[in-house]
Design a protein around this ligand. Structure first.
Ligand SMILES: *[C@@H]1O[C@H](CO)[C@@H](O)[C@H](O)[C@H]1NC(C)=O
Ligand SMILES: *[C@@H]1O[C@H](CO)[C@@H](O)[C@H](O)[C@H]1NC(C)=O
Length: 481
């Protein structure tokens, strides 16, 4: 988790074309209409199973009945087209199409491909075929569809804009969709709960929320367990079965394809870069809705003055564990909370975890993936991150501090002192790791990770911690009330 390298600032645009913006949605609908009016050669695919809750999330061998009887999905498809209003009878030809690629510094490269776009899964290619009347130059981009460029095991997708005479040679569509697609990869650092959110779920939300479910996901390096774990979220973002892109024999045609996921910041959204100005608070509201979580706000002192706010202490079972959990629970009770210890299990059903976490008003945890559960807290709740010894504050702030604040939660930070770290008893006060954290940082990330993230546990001095608990309590129970 985290990284020693700072993301480079700023977006670099490779193509001198206007960037994707709010006008895109209207643009897409216009293209869709035009396509419905003038393009009979694109037989509309009838997506099956999309309304069945038990439908498999991954659809590897998707068939394409072009003359099938109308299904419920067809009806929904038509509903969508109607929502777009009656086609205006323009003789405007299909748009010439365009590719807009951008590079988000350290993190990721993405392309938005608009027009007659065809995917070949076996070749991991996304091709823009120019309209026959237009003139286009050939361009090619290589996109790693996982939002951390440095992660290994992710195969690049080739995005090509064909030159005009080449359009004749483009493979014919075997499946055509009126909805847009998002191409991304799993694997990478997923499997770590925090990375699941930071690297995939948050960027995927940003990439696809605006479509209201009318979008298809084409997934490279597909991980069925991952899709199973996050099924409720993925299903809500896309009502179509995801395609196992690496093994896909079809040539799929879309009017718009986004290749790659765009990560703005660690576990966070930059609204100024997100379509529709989406925020991290929108993401957590979306999760509360997805899992039907009952609480959107913490316990109200006005409505239930007799109820103590509930605080959860996140327990870690490996390194960076809280050694004196019981003492911390007692200190929290003394501060006025009802305190509970929770040890999230990797295999726990996410809806159960979400529901449990949502019942709390405050969370305490040592820097680590367990704090990711803050996404399920009601807005306005408090998160106290306990920062282990060793100058980890910048990392702690980037990985959780800023994201938590952007979720609309109150963020508090408690940095432990050397005598609250087991490194002191393990190595003694004269060891450079204890004496000179700055020096360890100068020696590089490996040593920082080895000692400060990997070899210490935390024994909170509850007397020193008490003011932080009081602060958290005061936030939920202002003295004036
Ligand atoms: C659209 O225009 C064509 C001829 O330009 C005409 O035949 C057709 O009936 C029109 N359709 C509608 C819906 O107005
Ligand atoms: C897809 O790409 C593969 C690998 O380059 C190629 O063998 C295959 O013919 C392509 N499929 C179509 C329909 O063009």
């Amino acid at each position: 988790m985290g990284s020693e390298v700072k993301p480079a600032k700023g977006l670099r645009s490779w193509a001198p074309m206007r960037h994707l913006n709010a006008g895109f949605v209207a643009g897409f609908l216009l293209v869709l209409l035009t396509y419905l009016v003038v393009s009979p050669q694109f037989a509309m695919d009838t997506p099956t199973d999309v309304t069945t809750a038990a439908a498999p999330l991954i659809d590897v061998k998707e068939t394409t009945p072009t003359t099938a009887a109308p299904t419920e999905a067809d009806a929904d498809q038509q509903k969508m087209e109607h929502k777009v209003e009656t086609p205006k009878n323009t003789s405007k030809p299909l748009e010439k199409g365009k590719v807009v690629c951008s590079s988000n510094g350290f993190y990721s490269d993405t392309c938005d491909v608009d027009g007659d776009v065809r995917t070949n899964g076996t070749a991991l290619s996304v091709t823009l075929v120019p309209a026959s009347w237009s003139w286009a130059e050939r361009h090619e981009w290589k996109i790693r569809p996982y939002p951390r460029r440095t992660v290994s095991g992710i195969v690049e997708v080739t995005v090509t804009q064909l030159a005009s005479p080449e359009e004749q040679a483009a493979p014919a569509c075997t499946v055509s969709r009126s909805v847009p697609a998002v191409v991304f990869a799993l694997g990478g650092l997923t499997g770590n709960y925090w990375h699941d959110f930071s690297d995939v779920l948050v960027p995927l939300f940003v990439a696809s929320r605006r479509y209201g479910g009318e979008v298809q996901f084409l997934i490279s390096n597909i991980q069925p367990w991952w899709l199973g774990k996050y099924e409720a979220i993925v299903r809500r973002l896309s009502r179509y079965d995801a395609v196992d892109l690496d093994h896909d024999k079809e040539v799929r045609c879309f009017r718009h394809v986004t290749v790659g996921l765009r990560m703005h910041k660690e576990f966070d959204v930059a609204p100024e870069l997100a379509p529709g100005g989406l925020t991290m608070a929108d993401f957590t509201a979306f999760l509360r809705d997805t899992y039907s979580l009952p609480r959107a706000a913490p316990v109200s002192p006005r409505e239930s003055p007799e109820k103590r706010p509930r605080l959860v202490v996140i327990h870690r079972s490996h390194y960076r564990k809280l050694v004196n959990t019981d003492e911390v629970v007692r200190a929290a009770e003394a501060a006025g909370f009802e305190a509970v210890v929770m040890e999230p299990r990797f295999d726990a059903r996410l809806e159960e975890v979400a529901r449990e976490v949502n019942s709390f008003d405050a969370m305490v945890g040592v820097h680590g993936a367990g704090l990711t559960n803050a996404v399920f807290l009601p807005a306005g709740a408090v998160v106290i991150q306990v920062v282990p010894y060793g100058r980890l504050e910048p990392l702690a702030k980037e990985d959780f501090g800023e994201p938590v604040a952007d979720m609309g939660l109150r963020y508090l930070q408690y940095s432990i002192a050397a005598d609250e770290s087991t490194l002191l008893e393990m190595l003694g006060p004269e060891h450079p790791v204890v004496k000179d954290p700055e020096g360890v940082h100068r020696r590089g990330w490996d040593k920082v990770a080895e000692y400060y993230l990997g070899k210490q546990d935390v024994r909170i001095n509850v007397a020193r911690f008490a003011p932080t608990l009081a602060h958290a309590f005061h936030h939920l129970r202002p003295a004036s009330l």
